[in-house]
Design a protein around this ligand. Sequence first.
Ligand code: SF4
Length: 424
Amino acid sequence: MNTHRPIELSKGCGSAPVLKERGQREVFCGLTGIIWLHRKMQDAFFLVVGSRTCAHLLQSAAGVMIFAEPRFGTAILEETDLAGMVDAHEELDREVARLLERRPDIRQLFLVGSCPSEVIKLDLGRAAERLTQVHAPRVRVLNYSGSGIETTFTQGEDACLASMVPVLPQTETEQLVLVGALPDVVEDQLVGLLKAMGIGPVKCLPARTVEDDLGIGPNTVFALTQPFLGDTAAALEGRGATRLSAPFPFGEQGTTDWLRAIADAHGVSAAKFDEVTEAPRARARKAIAAAKEVLDGKSVFFFPDSQLEVPLARFLVNECGMTAVEIGTPYLHKGLVGPDLAQIAEGPTISEGQDVDLQLDRCRAARPDLTVCGLGLANPLEAEGLSTKWAIELVFTPVHGYEQAGDLAGLFSRPLRRREALAL
Ligand code: SF4
């Protein structure tokens, strides 16, 4: 493999000052990630150790699943647990045994911590070790925190994937690993393009099942598909793997830059790269052009929510002709989003964290054409005459890669078209 050249950060917004805020926040918690993780990992079960509030959040977020046997559930902590009047560990062991007996299809069990389990300091790490000893080798039991204390909703996926890294087998094989839970169809498209360039073997984390034979080692290079996987990246690097730095694969340019970083590291010729990417690139450009008619020249304001804000701002500014007023993100991990940040021309306010009232004041003063924010802020802002896009839709909808570039642009153009239609 070739040595990878990191992308320059000393231009664009890469060195812009960052407005850091630490006040009241309006975000979902990490339990939300279970909604897309349980679809991806076909032999996994997510057992939230939490309260009725946690159970309600999951049920309402995944309402469609009531028709199928779900692969997530909540072990509800009652008042007696919270008061320390019963042994919560014993109850948990009983619940897990009942669950695994009833569901022989489960091969990986995640004990997911919540605010209540953290407040009473229930040691789920110890529980996972104990339960692994009881149920191995049939079931692997891991744990991570999905609590909303000081976290945002995409950190649930990061914590889940990071919890898997230490138990992956060691391998010396030269391989590429794509990291991030993408819908299968999108994952297949990206893997297909890489294989067409002659790159392989290509593996994915998370794998669809434990049988997928994913190992990690010093000859592993990996590319993140999501910008919120900082802990997972650190855990992989701790196992000796090497991360490829690139803009994230959103839109035609983002996907091309991401693929090119991987192709360069694997010595793929420019001619081969162009041969493989030319047709899908043209399709992506054409699909984006339809939405660009609406987005071009409009302004956008990002509230911090999904941690996708920086790569999406790059897409909207550079590929759709929008002007970013403010790019707010819960955490600004320049090591990961630096290449996207560097491609955004100076001008927008870059903010990290949130003080929601101050940020609402800035948004109202700017009156952007489009505001990307959480569900809780969208309705009040719509009532004030602002067009909004729910940030959470961006993780529930397939948006990565060439074939989804038009859908991604469409997610942002639809609220503007709707408001124009209502104004007629
Ligand atoms: S983990 Fe915390 S924030 Fe999330 S639903 Fe449960 S109590 Fe609420």
